[in-house]
Design a protein around this ligand. Sequence first.
Ligand SMILES: Nc1ncnc2c1ncn2[C@@H]1O[C@H](COP(=O)(O)OP(=O)(O)OP(=O)(O)O)[C@@H](O)[C@H]1O
Ligand SMILES: [Mg+2]
Length: 535
Amino acid sequence: MWSFLQSLLDSSTLSPHGICLLWRPELIWLHVVSDSIIALAYFSIPFALGAFVWKRPDVEFGWVFWAFAIFIMACGLTHVFAIWTLWVPDYALEGLVKAVTAAASIFTAIMLWPLLPKVLALPSPTQLVAAQNALMFEAQERRQAEDMLRQAQRLDAVGQLTGGVAHDFNNLLTVIMGNIEIAQHYTDDWAASGAERIRRVLDSAMGGAQRAAKLTQRLLAFARRQPLNPKPLSPNKLVAGMADFFRRTLGENIKVNMTGSGSIWQVEADHGELEAALLNLVVNARDAMPEGGKLTIETSNAYLDQDYCQHNVEVTPGEYVLIAVSDTGHGMASDILDRAFEPFFTTKIAGQGTGLGLSQVYGFITQSGGHVKIESTIGVGTTVRIYLPRLPQVAAEDEASRVTITGGRKGETIFVVEDDPDVRSYVVETLSELRYNVLEASDAEAAKIALRDCNVGVDLLLTDVMLPGQNGRQFAEELRKHRPNLKVLLMTGYSHNTIVHEGRLDAGVDLIQKPLTRAVLASRIRDLIEAADAT
Ligand SMILES: Nc1ncnc2c1ncn2[C@@H]1O[C@H](COP(=O)(O)OP(=O)(O)OP(=O)(O)O)[C@@H](O)[C@H]1O
Ligand SMILES: [Mg+2]
């Protein structure tokens, strides 16, 4: 082997390559210069490749670059030998360098083929730029969605707080208003000289309490806890019915334009609350256009798609009816827009706004399964869009119920179950005064014992929803097992999950909302008892 290598490397019998060129200087130099330039170029490439792999250790398939660098370096060497062998006939050495080059080239070439699909799969710079843009867009969208979610969560938290406060406040108001009412009733027969003053004082106390009751109602509306009475209605009819009222509210400086799509769907919503919501929007629009302007109320069918719902997390895709109220007023800055739905947020001077208008709109619409969106541009105007879910089948609209005061008939008995002693005493006194026989208990257990011990027929059970131990609804259902015809009227300060699901009252549940007033209590009880008699 060694002697073979020695004989291979022995170049004493060989002629240099220059002889083939007949030592013609122009040919010799042509080869020398060309081979030198090629060799230099070849030698520089591995350095560039090495520097690249060194600086970018994250680059996939780094070894290919190294293999390529070796191959190119070997190619360069073959050109150096081409110059060398012009004068020195070291053809064996030249051949060995070529053999190394061949090995490196074969290895690199073979390894390149399986690599090709992987390299092709690598994203191109244009694709990378597109992907980066898409990522940035997505991140922005996510930020917006998170902002909205945070906003919804903040409103939720405030809603819980206001709901709780309003609930307890309603109980207190029931006591205050009830006792004022009783005092007013007693003073009716007084002829004494001071009686007139007492009556005035009581009237004013009642006025204050009624305002407080309205306030708690708006708070409950925001907290999405007011018991709603959704009925099928046509938005066009409702808006048209309010047109004159809106015109009077807006004054002569503001032009009113109403456009309604002809084949509008029906919705199911609480008539009174929807009217209140529209009025709140119209009043806001009026306040935003002190110099006059134009108010447009538009109704149309709308479909909220997946894409829209992705950007408005609290709404689900589907068919809705849109009522849009637009004005050409001063508009809202973004910091005002962000807080507009918050209860008590107002930019109006004291006495002009309580900051509860949009809270009512937000709470009521969300509780009704709908969605509200405000768009506003400073100096251009504001559009508030209300979306209410479409009612699948057309149904007749109901007449609004009327309230009249009618007392009990002889021998009619009402069982009152209420844990708050003050509320209970007011209710018992009011019902007795309305000529009913009244039985009372503070909770379900006490009520069961009282019912077992007495043998009187009960025409109606009037019970609070939130009772200690068993809740009012469960208690009523238990009683109905033995007295299937028993009429039940539930009292509540706000709508609990026990009776309200997805914002509406369960079927077969009759509910009266606190604070209770004599007139409403009397009329609801009468309606229920008479409905029972009729069946
Ligand atoms: N159409 C509108 N154009 C400009 N700003 C509006 C508009 N609607 C509401 N706003 C802004 O949003 C705030 C909150 O409105 P919201 O209706 O809840 O309360 P308010 O109108 O101030 O008081 P309230 O309705 O209880 O009388 C307003 O004070 C006002 O700054
Ligand atoms: Mg308002």
